[in-house]
Design a binder for this molecule. Sequence first.
Ligand code: SF4
Length: 324
Amino acid sequence: MDTNVLSVENLRIEFPQRRRTLVAVDDVSFDLRRGEVLGVVGESGAGKSLTGAAIIGLLRPPGRIASGKIWIDGKRVDNLGPAEMNKIRGRTVGAIFQDPMTSLNPLLTVGQQLVETIRTHLPLDRAQARARAVSLLAEVGIPAPEQRFLQYPHQFSGGMRQRVVIALALCADPKLIIADEPTTALDVSIQAQIIGLLKRLGKEHGTSVVLVTHDMGVIAETADRVAVMYTGRLAELGKVADVIRSPKHPYTAGLMSSIPAIGQSLDRLHQIDGSMPRLTAIPSGCAFHPRCPHAFERCQRERPDLLDLDGHKVACWLHSESTL
Ligand code: SF4
């Protein structure tokens, strides 16, 4: 039976403080099928990166999974210890972060790092691992891979370094890649290349990708489905084509109108007045109500749950049958 590569069920992430506990991610659920790219989008502080970190077991204390469950390739992982999670990371799940140097050791050649990662996870001898490393470099579009294999990270441009990180993430042919703002630090023209690469590799390898980004334009280019997050909760979840054609949540509609054309600089969310509230000051009812052009009385009073409208999910009273 074809199981989901990833299932997140009612995930809640908390940050305990001396006097109270802050809830950074609240009741977030989604699934990911084989070869699917799920975009997770929202402003800074929406909880999207924390969700990605929780999936790969890299949530930094005092942040903790307070409740909920995470399955990767049919195995429950939210309750695993660091050693067990380490084995899954790299073998079953690859990670790509905004700054390639987070994943690269400046003191080792790119080839050494690739070979080490391959041999940690796959039963290959040094020569076989070397051949695999060179072929991965070629696959991610690095010219002259035999020569580049011998070079150090500082000898690569930012875009080429991110390609190396993608090669590292692919070393053990993982089922899932978590990519957190993988193109944000890159020039716009390089961004498009990296997005194209992620998309192609996902399809060719059958790898599922969770793509965390603040940029709806990147989601529109890359993802099959999109989860829109606001103050730690899902605001909308659906197929990218549906969400782009008819966004159901006013926040998503604001994000859509901020999509820049490829080649333009990002003017983030310029259509939405105000900014995401801090975790210490989340408004009552629908957390988006102070910024929402469609807010009405109920929105301040009651928090909307995620409604399922034929697979397109939205948390907004405008779509409730009873809006009294
Ligand atoms: Fe706007 Fe109300 Fe919908 Fe929230 S529930 S998005 S405030 S209309």
